[in-house]
Design a protein around this ligand. Structure first.
Ligand code: ASP
Length: 342
């Protein structure tokens, strides 16, 4: 009888011990909650802005774009969720878009006037204000990776053309035959542009540049942009995408920005830096600064396009003055958004 009593007491105790969370696991949960509250992670991407009519884009095509945006943003978010850095997330996310023929970066880049692809990219670390950029490279598979190498392993911020490719080779960056970038749609776009005899042809071509901004668990912001530039560009034209302050900017104190659109206007307005500067000097919110730039200043000058951005608190902005912008985000609450049109 006594034995049975002791045995049932032991069983009850063990059952109770298994059901009741330990002090340690409670503390761990609280800590995780704290980390979540104190250190938000967030990520936002674009795949270019332009005048694309929803009625002209088949459901199938829209779905293909959305699926690729989804794959890219999910990859970047996974990196952040697993403790990776914002710079790493930006690079790997952009790699997915560069490798897709859907976007105007890496494979699928637009053609220049002479009928080949010249690629530009830049990346910036908001913690150190370090930055790297490349312009006019013709055989670097993932230009954003070369921009990162320039930032990490050179004394410079921007390299261009043949020299950039020598540096790429030295750093073991993957090179490809220039034929790798070519896709038939882009060749068609070049022919259309040339038949119109317009040097720069905006209205009927979406831009398709790609960009990413990420905030990691340590509060670091990074931004990057990668592009083939503009269809039918000539004379080694370089747009805003590889220009720090125009196409890309990141500063932990304010925000990170990646631009897409008619590059000449973005350069003239130093778009990405201006948004950060407005926040710093005027103390306005990211959304206010982004709207002022894209909907007022850029529009007034005649510049088409948009920006994606996020601030140090994980607030996200995606503002454009065209009919569409390929875009996706995962905010600090884990909410995912993928959109093309307004
Ligand atoms: N901003 C790029 C450029 O002007 C083009 C784009 O965003 O699609 O080169």
């Amino acid at each position: 009888m006594k034995k049975a009593f002791i045995l049932s007491a032991i069983i009850s105790f063990l059952f109770w011990a298994c059901q009741t969370p330990t002090q340690d696991s409670n503390t761990e949960n609280n800590n995780q909650e704290e980390i979540k509250k104190v250190n938000p992670i967030a990520i936002v991407i674009h795949g270019g802005a332009g005048y694309m009519a929803q009625s002209n884009m088949s459901e199938e095509k829209q779905n293909a774009y959305k699926a690729k945006l989804d794959e890219a943003i999910s990859k970047g978010h996974d990196i952040l969720k697993n403790g990776g850095t914002a710079i790493e997330a930006v690079q790997r996310t952009i790699n997915i878009l560069e490798d897709s023929p859907l976007f105007n970066s890496g494979k699928g880049a637009v053609f220049n006037h002479e009928g080949y692809n010249e690629l530009d990219a830049s990346i910036m670390d908001g913690k150190t204000l370090n930055a790297g950029a490349v312009a006019g490279v013709t055989n670097v598979k993932n230009p954003i990776n070369l921009a990162y190498e320039v930032m990490k392993n050179s004394k410079h911020v921007m390299l261009s053309g043949a020299g950039a490719q020598v540096f790429a080779k030295e750093r073991g960056i993957r090179l490809v035959d220039s034929a790798y970038f070519a896709v038939p749609d882009r060749l068609e776009a070049l022919k259309r542009a040339q038949n119109k005899t317009a040097l720069l042809n905006w209205e009927d071509e979406k831009f398709g540049t790609v960009g990413c901004v990420a905030l990691d668990k340590d509060g670091n912001i990074a931004a990057g942009t990668s592009t083939g530039g503009m269809t039918n560009k000539r004379w080694n034209r370089i747009g805003d995408s590889p220009i720090i302050g125009a196409g890309t900017y990141a500063n932990n104190a304010t925000c990170g920005v990646s631009s897409t659109g008619h590059g000449e206007y973005f350069i003239r307005l130093a778009v990405a830096h201006d948004i950060s500067a407005q926040m710093q000097y005027k103390n306005v919110s990211l959304q206010e600064a982004a709207e002022d730039m894209v909907l007022n200043k850029l529009k007034a000058l005649g510049g088409d396009g948009g920006i994606i951005a996020l601030d140090k608190d994980g607030n996200i902005s995606m503002v454009f003055n065209t009919s569409g912008m390929f875009r996706a985000s995962i905010d600090k609450n884990g909410q995912k958004q993928i959109k093309i049109f307004k």
